[in-house]
Design a protein around this ligand. Structure first.
Ligand code: F6P
Length: 529
């Protein structure tokens, strides 16, 4: 029997075992948690026991995760379908050694760009610029937007705004309240061809020129395509380049993070990089059992591929991390939403789960009902800091933590029919009405979750958390045998949008389109005012 088969047979035998019973195993709370100097990752509230864990670890060994991890850090071309290395880790290798790619150390170039970013950010922070607009989409937006919101207590520079959608509503709403003379526009695009970004960038340039700003001085670009930034008219002194071995969704650590650096300052950005670098060191050095990205990934494999739970909820108890689920959606789903293995054969297991979530406690008043009493099991990933930033609002933070821990406890513990009946009887119900009402108040329990806790959400810790999730995606991808670093699945829609544009504009007929699409176009054209 293969390890996969053994895990699957184990899973069916374990389905009805109460999670709480697992705590009868000696020392489970500590044995199924990893605590480093910077955080504690608890996976004790999952249905993984020691034997299951040993088999999950075997799965990682059989897939060669450690060897592939070392290959990634060493610059091997692991993104085989695009013929590229995967070296976003070099962007935060602040005091690591050389990273050799094609016989050349990439570190001097990275450190030069970082130093140019620091000088530019410092100049902007000391200038008349009050607002920065980052125009980008996907990885050129989600990372800096999420991190900038997450670190608002550390903002001491200009305000940052993020425009991504080609829907003119977003750029219109953003620019309407800004003063063009005091605004810096950053065009963030790895390829500098993305239609949404280029459309928004042209709109912003026209707005600036029409409103007394100076696009030549007040535009910067972040891209691998420096020729295209020149064609757009951006001053080469305000272009920050990076290489194609930095994937879009892994790019917040370099020039794509410029808006964050302007918001929190170069020192804060350094701390962010150092946090990520610390997680890299941990990922490379710690044994699997003590390795947080490894174990987070193996818990993910257990829930998704073995137990068949198709989604996972990411639930940060931190309002400033409200954009983290969207960030992780791209990181995980664009990376591991694949159907073909690296060798071109079909995958033999389901691949990436649907990732979703929202900040607690808001989610509790929206979708937690389904998580507690719905028919599907949704593994939850909670996270919360031991401290908030609001010195005079400790009681808020205590409530926040209590709610976070209460949710994982409730999911695990549940409430039996006997308990529910007692509660309702105490309220005076009897007979059929008591039975009926009690049934609605039963919680099945036994629902798995993990919890990540850390002292404070500062730049260093945020860097660690993001790098942790990056490495988790890597480990899951290796075990599934897929390439986590390409994204061919986004191409077809882009091609069809290009062919539909003249049809929607009424320039070309919709005759070559299917009936449904042709009728939708027809409706729009008939109702266009
Ligand atoms: O949607 C596909 C994608 O290529 C993402 O992978 C990427 O982050 C995003 O578009 C933006 O791309 P670019 O930075 O080249 O504009």
């Amino acid at each position: 029997m293969s390890v996969w088969e053994s895990l699957k047979s184990r899973q069916s035998a374990l389905t009805d075992r109460p999670l709480l019973a697992l705590f009868e195993e000696e020392n489970r709370a500590d044995d199924f948690a990893i605590e480093t100097a910077d955080m504690r990752f608890d996976y004790a509230k999952t249905n993984i026991d020691r034997d299951t864990r040993a088999e999950l670890i075997k799965l990682a060994e059989d897939a060669g995760v450690e060897q592939k991890r070392d290959a990634m850090f060493a610059g091997v071309e692991i993104n085989e379908t695009e013929g590229r290395a995967v070296l976003h880790t070099a962007l935060r290798n602040l005091d690591g050694g050389p990273v050799i790619l094609d016989g050349k150390d990439v570190m001097p170039g990275i450190l030069d760009t970082l130093s140019a970013m620091r000088s530019f950010a410092t100049k902007i922070r000391q200038s008349h610029i009050t607002d920065v607009v980052n125009i980008g989409i996907g990885g050129s937006d989600l990372g800096p937007a999420m991190a900038t919101a997450a670190l608002s207590p550390y903002h001491d520079g200009p305000r940052c705004h993020f425009v991504s959608n080609v829907d003119g509503a977003q750029i219109a709403d953003t620019l309407r309240v800004l003063d063009a003379k005091h605004t810096l526009v950053i065009v963030a695009s790895k390829t500098f061809t993305t239609i949404e970004t280029m459309t928004n960038a042209r709109t912003a340039r026209a707005w600036m020129a029409d409103n007394g700003g100076d696009p030549k001085a007040q535009f910067a670009a972040l891209s691998t395509a420096e020729d295209k930034t020149a064609d757009f008219g951006i001053d080469p002194g305000q272009v920050f380049g990076f290489e194609d071995w930095v994937g879009g969704r892994y790019s917040v650590w370099g020039p794509i993070g410029l808006s964050l650096m302007i918001a929190i300052g170069p020192k804060g950005f350094d701390a962010f990089l150092r946090g990520a670098q610390a997680m890299d060191t941990h990922f490379r050095a710690a044994k699997t059992l003590e390795n947080i990205p490894m174990m987070l990934a193996l818990v993910g494999i257990w829930h998704n591929q073995i137990c068949g739970h198709a989604t996972r909820a990411v639930l940060p108890y931190d309002q400033r991390l409200a954009q983290l689920p969207a960030y992780l959606q791209q990181l995980e789903m664009e990376s591991n939403g694949k159907s073909v293995q690296i060798d071109g054969s079909d995958v033999t297991h389901n691949t990436g789960p649907v990732v979703w979530g929202a900040a607690g406690t808001n989610g509790q008043h929206a979708f937690y009902q389904l998580i507690h009493q719905g028919t599907r099991v949704i593994p939850c990933e909670f996270m919360v800091a031991a401290n908030g930033h609001e010195a005079d609002l400790h009681h808020h933070h205590h409530l926040l933590i209590a709610n976070c821990f209460a949710q994982s406890e409730a999911l695990m513990r549940g409430r039996s029919l006997i308990e529910a009946t007692k509660i309702m009887a105490a309220k005076g119900l009897t007979g059929d009405e008591l039975d009926r009402q009690a049934r609605h108040r039963v919680f099945p329990g036994n629902r798995p979750s993990t919890t990540l806790t850390y002292p404070l959400l500062d730049p260093y810790t945020l860097g660690q958390i993001i790098a942790l999730y990056e490495h988790r995606v890597f480990v899951e991808g290796v075990i599934l045998g897929i390439n986590s670093y390409d994204q061919w699945g986004v191409e077809l829609g882009k091609e069809l949008a290009t062919s539909l544009q003249p049809v929607v504009e009424g320039i070309e007929p919709a005759t070559h389109k299917d009936g449904s699409t042709a009728k939708l176009v027809d409706y729009v054209l008939r109702h266009r005012s």
